[in-house]
Write a new protein. Structure first.
Length: 387
């Protein structure tokens, strides 16, 4: 039997019955329907749908939400659309209320995928923010984004999955730029989140900690050379997304500017060329800075992502700062060597965040992340110059 329509009113009735059933099964324990947001997620296959459902279940602890999961399979011949509901509840301690979220799954196939957006809209809880999560390789061309852009508050993507890293990074920066009509005009579109960015947070924090101490702070403005080693995501080997974002962050924090000929490639290394103000020479003097993004094979047990970050200053007093993964799972070594001083090193915790951790971190944001936006636009400048 071919099904091409879904009654959204009946979905709401079934959800009401589901909550009543949960309350009865709780044995007198309070059940709290404390929804804080609408999360719309798109999947193109069953494996991604299962992953999204698992992440949504984990999110209930910090972000009890109504999730609308749209599984869209336009390549199937028979048009079909079905909907299912479920409650996502956490095990509660004795005497504590049981907190639950809810999930509506819309499974659309063939030509019926064109109806998904019109089904999603009436299922959104009023007066709650709406986040659209588009895992996958080409989110900015997704038809669901085109239909829902006017109602969502935040778009969440993951640049680690981009099929064409340079092109999609440029598209991401263009989408972010569209959030504003001009200086002082205020936001006119959804805020943007890239799950690759919170994955870089431990690296940014550990790097910044070097310069929290007064003796090392003067060397921050004298960095001449940066080397970022990374294990690329599965797919094209030359996928320096994480390195480009880190380079964009360093550039915006330290006042570096890309040169006209900003990018060169040497084997597995992407070299970025920038300039910075020279220290102690004059107000208009500059020095050149190079940032090498080097793709390496994955060591045993190491997931794709940054493997090491090294900053060197050779202008005047030589200084070397390193953050690098070790053989000990969940730890990195940080080391600082400055001419005339004893080396400093320590082993620091650097756990690999789960997908649920990354998504929760972005959902905690209440507005546009200006630090990310600045880093993104510098990274897009480099991406536009990649061959």
């Amino acid at each position: 039997m071919t099904t091409t329509s879904v009654d959204t009113a009946s979905i709401e009735r079934e959800l009401g019955l589901l909550w009543q059933k949960n309350a009865m099964e709780a044995g007198g324990q309070a059940v709290t329907r404390a929804l804080t947001l609408n999360l719309v997620a798109r999947a193109c296959d069953s494996a991604t749908a299962d992953q999204v459902s698992d992440v949504v279940q984990q999110l209930t602890a910090s972000h009890a939400n109504r999730t609308v999961l749209a599984i869209m399979r336009p390549d199937e011949a028979e048009p079909r659309i079905e909907a299912f509901i479920q409650a996502n509840c956490l095990l509660a301690s004795q005497g504590q209320p049981q907190v639950c979220g809810e999930q509506i799954t819309i499974d659309a196939r063939g030509a019926a995928v064109s109806h998904v957006a019109s089904l999603v809209l009436p299922l959104l809880m009023p007066d709650l923010p709406v986040a659209l999560w588009l895992p996958g390789p080409a989110p900015f061309a997704d038809p669901l984004l085109l239909r829902l852009r006017g109602v969502i508050d935040r778009l969440i993507v993951d640049s680690r999955a981009f099929a064409d890293p340079a092109r999609d990074l440029i598209a991401m920066a263009a989408f972010d730029a569209g959030d504003y009509a001009g200086p002082g005009a205020g936001p006119r579109g959804p805020a943007l989140s890239d799950l690759n960015w919170p994955a870089l947070t431990p690296w940014r924090e550990l790097t910044a900690q070097f310069f929290d101490t007064r003796p090392l702070l003067p060397h921050l403005r004298r960095i001449d050379h940066v080397v970022i080693e990374y294990v690329p995501p599965s797919g094209p080997r030359l996928n320096p997304m994480a390195g480009l974002l880190l380079a964009g962050w360093l550039s915006t924090c330290l006042g570096w500017s890309p040169l006209d000929e900003a990018v060169s490639i040497e084997g597995e290394t992407v070299r970025l060329h920038l300039r910075r103000p020279a220290v102690g020479v004059g107000p208009k003097a500059i020095r050149l800075v190079t940032v090498d993004l080097h793709s390496v094979a994955a060591p045993a047990g190491v997931a794709p992502g940054i493997v090491s970050l090294r900053l060197r200053a050779i202008d005047g007093v030589s200084a070397d700062f390193r953050v690098e993964r070790t053989g000990e799972q969940g730890h990195v070594l940080t080391a600082a060597e400055v001419a005339g001083h004893a080396p400093i090193s320590r082993l620091a915790r650097c756990e690999e965040p789960t997908l649920a951790d990354l998504l929760a971190a972005e959902l905690r944001l209440l507005s546009r992340d200006h630090t990310f936006a600045s880093a993104l636009h510098v990274a897009a400048t480099f991406a536009a110059r990649l061959p």
